[in-house]
Design a protein around this ligand. Sequence first.
Ligand SMILES: [Zn+2]
Length: 443
Amino acid sequence: MSKPMKNKCDLLLHADVVVTQDGKRRVLRHGSVAVADGVVVAVGASSELRQAWEARDKMDLPGKLLMPGLVNGHCHAPMVLLRGIADDLPLMEWLEDNIWPIEHQLTEEIIELGARLACAEMLATGTTAFLDGYIHEEVVGRAVQQSGMRAVLGEGFFGFPSPMFPTPQHCWDSIRDIDGQFAGEPRVRSAVTPHAVFTVPPEHLTASYELAEELGMPWQVHLAESPVETAVCMEKYGKRPVELLDSLGLLSSRVTLHHCVDVNDGEIALLAEKQARVVHNPASNFKLNSGMCPVQKMLDAGVVVGLGTDGAASNNQLNMFRDMGLAALMGKVRADDASAVSASSVLDMATRNSAQCLHWPELGRIEAGCPADIIALDLDAPNLQPLFNPVSQLVYATSGHEVCMTMVAGKVVYRDGKYTEFDRNELFEEVRRVQSWIEERRS
Ligand SMILES: [Zn+2]
């Protein structure tokens, strides 16, 4: 009798634990993942997959846990170069007196370097995709392309003339241009990105939304980040931020809203009804004392809530594991309920929900048909012993530095402290040079 024919794949990964984040949230002990053409083709018990699949390459990962790459729902990647430049200040003072004066002097080369450093930090801490917002996003896209990551680029704009864009029309042209530049790159997409409702007037918000509709892109904006923003919005327009967007007809499933800290119950119901997505940024909200987002209320209402780091100047890390831990802890204090914002809901936020915030819903899960964006964590770390509940461990006990392998679209881009696509020492050397450049311009 001939042996049964095996299915063929490029790579078969075996690990002690696989946290799939699939529809059933299966957690497999001794699980395997089969990958072909950068896509997951099967997930299941190692004993079964070893029988059923023949792979060109195998990766045996004893003592390791596999999970989907984390999805950072809100980032300003190049701002990582401003990490630690100004801390312990309220939002407006921090932004207007410390961040914007330096940002206005940044060159394309420096922005690209910042994005490269951001990609390095995210890959090392298990993030495989992010939703960005900054200027010169074409060079952010280049950094993403080179590092092997995945991103949605958000070329940001304000209502007032800036050195980048004398008029919003210049920004619309730039968005089309960037989208065209990455048309052949499956790991890079674009989003329309007005800064906030207090810096972009209603007519430009509306016009940019129409552009997003025309180009089939997501539309993202900072919204209701703090009570200060609400006060400014009330004074300018006589409406609260969510109310203002709704009155303009700009709440829909196309929309991703960053922060939503200062929202009331009626506004939460409206966000759910309109299917707008919300990205929660706990570290940034804490650091700038912006307030506490009512995450559990949003989840109860059916709002899709993702998780993000925000920029590294207000976090100061791009490490989603830290934001996962903070989201769970803060969620309980905000709801005055220890059962609120559970570990499993936080893991959903950092994976599947953030994927929806990127409007890339097939990310954030290890499931047949989804891109093979997979990370491995070393379970030998003392803080991960003993292992009763892997999901609890990932949210409450993991630091992010247990990540030992990061794969995007089936390709290993980070393993055991080394990047496959670039040299970390050369990158850090360039960062030190730019630090001196920034210091000269501050004094
Ligand atoms: Zn932000």
